[in-house]
Structure formats: C-alpha cells, structure tokens
Write a protein that binds this ligand. Structure first.
Ligand code: ATP
Ligand code: MG
Length: 374
C-alpha cells in the first residue's frame, strides 16, 4: 500500500497531512484519529436504541432472550460487515443486554497463544469476550480459541521440546463475540464455531436520517428535516460517516451561521468539504471525470487511470474504486475500468451511444482483476 492510502485507512491519521487527505478522510469509513472517543458518546446502548439493521436486530434479540430464559451464556456471535456499520456497538450491546461484563481485545493484540490463555483464564462465568478484527489473530492463538469455544477448555503448554507438557485449563462458560470486516479470511473451523453470524448491511437513507437526528440530539445540535436528509444522503450508507459529516456541518453552522443545520447550510458546508450529493469526494469524481472525458468511458487500465489523476494505483484501487463500484458508477471488466451510464449522468454528461459499458456485464470482480493491468 502507498503511504497515502495507508494513512487514510488507519487510525494513525496525522492532522498535519495536506488538505487533500483531510477531505479524503471525511468520507472514509474507517475511524480516524481520536474519532473513537467521540463515537463512544454516540453509540446506542441497547438493542432498542439501534436504528436500522432490522433483521440482525431481531435475530440477535432472539438469541439473547432465549439465553436469558435458559439462564445460560448465549452462543458465540460473529459480527461481519464493512467498517463503521456498528459491529463494536453491537458487541457492547450484547454484553449490556446480558448484564455481563465485557472484555475487549483484538486479533492483532493476540500474537501468541499465551496472550489468549491469559485472557481466557481470567474470565468469569457468563463474561462476554469481544475480539475485534478476529481475522488478524495468530494461527496458534486461533487453534487455542477453537478448543475454548467448543469445550471451554484450553491446553496450556509449559516448556519446550520433548519435555513440554500440556496442562488442561478449564474456562467458565463465556460468550465470544468476534468482529471482522473480512469474514472470507476466517478459517472455516473458526467460522463454524460461531452459533450465530450477523451480516451487517449498508444503511438505507431513511435509517441514516434517523441516526443523524439521534446524534444531533446527543450533541445538542439543532437540525431541520432538510439538514438531516442532506447529511444522510451523502453518507455512503455508513453511520460513522453520517456522524462525521454532522460534526463538520455543525462547525460550519456555528461559524458561518446561527448554529442551526438547515438544508442550505448542510449543502454549503458539504460543498465546501467537497462531498457531493452521492457522497463522492474529490478523488472519486476525478477518477470518473478522467474515465469519461479523457478515455471516452473506458475500458482503461487502472494504472493508466491512476497516472491520469496523479495518484498511486493502490489509492485508486483501494480508496476510490470500492464505493464507485458499489454505487454502480464504475465497473471492472477484463479489458479495464468502464464508466456506467450512471457515471456519465452523475457528471452531467450525455451518455454516448457507443458506451463501452456493454462489455462490462457478466464478469466477476475476481475475473476482471486478472486482466486489469496495463
Ligand atoms: N445502528 C446504529 N444506530 C445508531 N448509530 C450507529 C449504528 N451503527 C453504528 N452507529 C454509530 O456509528 C459509529 C461507528 O460504529 P461502530 O464503531 O460500532 O462500527 P464498527 O462496525 O465497529 O466499525 P469498525 O469496523 O471500524 O470497527 C458509532 O459511533 C455508532 O454510534
Ligand atoms: Mg469496531
């Protein structure tokens, strides 16, 4: 990964970056800098407070209610989905709904099986253990976790070589809640040991609207219907982005107006921050613009596109493309990137009758990736 794309995807974001990266960070779904502290104040605390994700909410409430009825720790739960959709929030809610203490750790923090053994041996009956980024755990720790999940027992190995002995250690029944943005990377023995997997989906604008209003209430921001709708519709289906845009629009309203977030104010603020009506930012638009205006809609190789917008290939591929593809504005084909008719419309251009898009159908992303080198 390039330096720039790494910075914009990890929490070590540095405020001394250029304006360009700051505007990038506004619509990235990952948490930036000290954002996690700000987010804590906005997290729903119970299942009833959670907005949207109806299916997951209903499934989860059944799992939890049944466990409460049996007076047992609920089955292990895996939460999977893109960043910023509420995995950590739900993990905290599971513990709260069970009135159980929550222990927090993350895959990268567990580098040795011993790290995990230490955590597990300190657990009490009914505790909830939250392992964030569970796909990034080391292999030996993963294997220890299989056993702990299934038999509530681990073997702690003492010593090395022929003299090593395994001492079995009983663990009180606990609930593991794992979160991952990459469920596909979990080995199947681990995936299979979760009794329930919740797949979080991107949010509908109506749900984001409610989330923006709820957050505004908690932050003490006055918001009109139009203001809430405008922020919601530019948030890429992601509550974290909605909350972030709300904070930026609030700043604008406070400094440039009387503090109330109206449609007009939201519009002006988000234009200033270069987040457009569909939630695209400057780089997203630059990619579409070059693709349509300079390359006639494609197909064009991703490296050529990257040079044309003055970016690294990885930045275009990992930062801009996923949302453009998800929005139906760009397609990956065996011969290169192609603008869809919606892309031309988004730029306010007439869709050419010879648009290359006809070649885009029926090709899987994996297949397309094999061919997209210049
Ligand atoms: N359903 C929801 N209703 C209201 N707010 C939500 C909802 N889901 C998420 N949020 C808000 O979005 C923010 C991000 O959520 P959270 O930290 O749970 O995401 P995540 O899926 O754990 O992201 P990551 O993959 O980066 O860890 C939080 O501040 C939370 O308040
Ligand atoms: Mg999280």
């Amino acid at each position: 990964m390039t330096e720039r794309s790494r910075r914009t995807t990890e929490a070590d974001y540095d405020a001394a970056e250029t304006d360009y990266v700051e505007s990038r960070a506004l619509v990235t779904a990952e948490a930036e800098g000290d954002e996690r502290a700000v987010e804590a104040a906005l997290r729903p605390r119970s299942l009833d407070e959670v907005i949207g994700q109806e299916r997951v909410r209903e499934q989860l409430s059944l799992v939890l209610e049944a466990a409460r009825g049996r007076n047992r720790a609920p089955d292990h739960v895996l939460l999977s989905g893109p960043p910023g959709l509420g995995k950590t929030t739900l993990a905290m809610i599971i513990a709260a709904e069970m009135s159980s203490p929550l222990r927090l750790t993350s895959g990268p923090a567990i580098t040795h099986a011993g790290d995990l053994a230490a955590i597990l041996s300190g657990m009490n009956d009914g505790d909830v253990l939250f392992v964030d980024e569970i796909h990034r755990m080391s292999r030996p720790a993963e294997e220890m976790l299989y056993m702990a999940m299934e038999d509530f027992r681990v073997d702690v190995v003492i010593g090395k070589g022929p003299g090593a002995t395994a001492i079995p250690l009983e663990i009180p029944p606990f609930t593991l809640v794992g979160a991952t943005t990459r469920a596909g990377l979990l080995p199947s023995p681990l995936r299979d040991r979760f009794g329930f997997t919740a797949h979080l989906e991107f949010y509908e604008p109506a749900d984001l609207d409610l989330i923006v209003r709820r957050s505004a209430g908690l932050l003490g921001v006055t918001l009109t219907d139009g203001g809430a709708g405008e922020i919601a519709s530019r948030s890429r289906g992601t509550p974290r982005i909605a909350n972030r845009l709300l904070r930026r629009v609030r700043d604008y309203a406070q400094v440039r107006a009387d503090g109330t977030v109206t449609l007009e104010i939201a519009h002006r603020a988000l234009d200033l921050y270069e987040v457009d009506q569909s939630g695209l930012d400057r780089l997203d638009r630059a990619v579409l613009d070059v693709l349509c205006r300079r390359f006639g809609g494609g197909p064009v190789g991703v490296s050529t596109l990257a040079v044309a917008v003055g970016e690294e290939r990885e930045t275009v591929e990992e930062v801009a493309e996923p949302f453009l593809v998800r929005s139906g504005l760009l397609a990956r084909t065996p011969r290169g990137r192609v603008a869809t008719p919606a892309a031309w419309q988004h730029l306010g251009l007439a869709v050419p009758s010879t648009a290359a898009f006809s070649g885009a159908q029926g090709v899987s992303a994996a297949e397309a990736d094999l061919f997209t080198d210049d």
